[in-house]
Design a protein around this ligand. Structure first.
Ligand code: AMP
Length: 192
C-alpha cells in the first residue's frame, strides 16, 4: 500500500519529531519544507537567500518558490511508494497545488493527519526549543507571528481536507511514544 500523507498541526506540536518516526515505520521519506529551507539558508543558496527574507520573521515563503521546490522534491524516486509531508501545505492554495502535482503524476493524497495541541502549550514548547536549538525564528515575537500565521492561513486547511474525507485528528499532548502510537493507529485505521 502506498502512503502519501501530509502531517498538519501548529508549530511546536511535535510534527518534526513525529514525522521522522512515522516515516521510518511506514518506509517513506519525511519531507519537511522548513528543513529544506533551513538547509538552503545554511548553504547560502539562491533559494536560501530568498526564503530567509520571509522565514526570519515568521512569514510564509511565497507560494511560487515553495510549490516549485515541493514539485521538484516529489519528483525524486524515493517518493515512489509514498511520502510524509511536514510543513506543507501551509495554506489553501498549497492544498490545491499539492493535488495538482499529484494529479499530474496520476496520483492522489491518501490522508491528512492533524496533530492537535493547545496553543498555550505549543507556545511554551517553542520558547523552550528556542533555548535549546537557537533557531532564528524561535524568538518570542516571531513565535507569536508564526502562531498567528498558522491560525489565519494554515488552520483552515483542516476543513478543506475534512470536506474531502481525508482528515484524521490525533491528540498531540502526551509522551512522544504515546503520540506516535496514536498516529500509527489513526493512519492504519484510515487506510483500511
Ligand atoms: P517549519 O520548520 O515548518 O516551522 O518552517 C520554518 C519556516 O519555513 C516557516 O516559518 C516559513 O517561513 C517557511 N516554510 C516552511 N514550510 C513552508 C510552506 N509550506 N510555505 C511557506 N513557507 C514555509
Amino acid at each position: 500500500m502506498s502512503a502519501r500523507l501530509v502531517l498538519l498541526g501548529p508549530p511546536g506540536a511535535g510534527k518534526g519529531t513525529q514525522a521522522a518516526r512515522l516515516a521510518e515505520r511506514l518506509g517513506v521519506p519525511a519531507i519537511s519544507t522548513g528543513d529544506i529551507f533551513r538547509a538552503n539558508i545554511k548553504g547560502g543558496t539562491e533559494l536560501g537567500r530568498k526564503a530567509q527574507e520571509y522565514s526570519s520573521r515568521g512569514a510564509l515563503v511565497p507560494d511560487e518558490i515553495t510549490n516549485a521546490m515541493v514539485r521538484d522534491r516529489l519528483a525524486e524516486p524515493d517518493t515512489a511508494e509514498g511520502f510524509l509531508l511536514d510543513g506543507y501545505p501551509r495554506n489553501v492554495a498549497q492544498v490545491d497545488e499539492l493535488a495538482t502535482i499529484l494529479a499530474d503524476a496520476g496520483l492522489t493524497l491518501d490522508l491528512a493527519v492533524e496533530i492537535t495541541a493547545d496553543p498555550e502549550v505549543v507556545a511554551a514548547r517553542l520558547l523552550k526549543r528556542a533555548e535549546i536549538e537557537g533557531r532564528e525564528d524561535d524568538t518570542a515575537d516571531v513565535i507569536r507571528h508564526r502562531l498567528d500565521v498558522y491560525a489565519e492561513q494554515t488552520a483552515p486547511i483542516s476543513d478543506v481536507y475534512a470536506a474531502q474525507g481525508l482528515l484524521v485528528r490525533v491528540d498531540g499532548i502526551g509522551e512522544v511514544d504515546e503520540v506516535t502510537a496514536r498516529l500509527l493507529s489513526a493512519i492504519g485505521t484510515a487506510a483500511r
